[in-house]
Ligand binder design. Sequence first.
Ligand SMILES: [Zn+2]
Length: 366
Amino acid sequence: MKEKLSEYQSCLGIQFDVAYPNARKGYVDGAKVQEHYALIPTKQVAHIDDLSEKERNIYKEILSTTLSMFAPDYEFEETIVEIDVNGLMFHKTGKIEKRKGWKVLLGEESETKKEDEPVLPEMNEGDSCSVTVSIKEGMTKPPKLFTEGNLIQVMKNAGKEVDDENVKAILKQTEGIGTEATRANIIDTLKHQEYIEIKKNTVYVTPKGALLCQAVDGTLLASAEMTAKWEQYLSKIGKNEGSQQTFLDTIEKFILSLLDTVPKQVENIKEQIDQAMEKTFIGICLQCQNGKIEDKGTFYGCTGYRDGCTFTLPKIYLGKKLSETDIKALLNGKRTKLIKGFKSKKGKKFDAYLRIEHGKIKFDFP
Ligand SMILES: [Zn+2]
């Protein structure tokens, strides 16, 4: 990368004096080399005009992030201005930018200043200025729901909310829950197990997820302290100061104690989860008579599919959408209301009631 810096710069069309020829330590630290590294450009610099717009955007983003490791610091003066308005003191904190530094690489977006940190004009003590005083009315707002991107940051900073300073320090050092490489996978697992769901890029906890939180609340499993202790010992092993066996012995003890206490707790919670889940089931499976039918997104399927049950019902049948009420009727052995406008394979339109016979959908004609 070092050899290619000027080529990268010309490719981006942004020039600056390299201030950190070996990159900032926070990004590249030979003493801490591990298996993961960030997205970086290769030695071969792309012909940026040959790329599609989307490719070019991504390539530029990676280039500028990479280059910012070498760019000068962003320098600013933070000032607190006290303004005396007829004997009433007003305070304002502001930034005066001294040098753009790495910010020249980040384009427009970094230009938007936080409202509470406006760029103040140069001022000297005793200067007078004109003041417009107004009252601002507002309401408090609940915290914003997380996006998936936020969630990764929250996992990384998991120690922030912990009171114990020692634990906090360890979690900061180990970067919270998971690693750069595994955090996204952890979130995927939560989605897959239906503990969380993403709607319009916002993360929601499902009822099942909320119950899980209740279930582990107050236990060691949910304790950031425990994660910190494990991480601390793992790093000891890394430095050859601890042994694998001691670590495994501790985990074994932990698991044995869990096996002793958790089943009772879980039994309780499981009942609640089942009750909560019951509401989302549409009916009992006609094939295995045991599994429950649930909405699988594009069709209705049996919860017994893991045990080999293949029963499904379509959401759209011969061009018509089947409502949940229709599906409930079918599962109860009844026929649906008259559904108008089915389209046969030959393109003929017809109306019919649906019912299920020997596991297959049949028509009743009016
Ligand atoms: Zn079934």
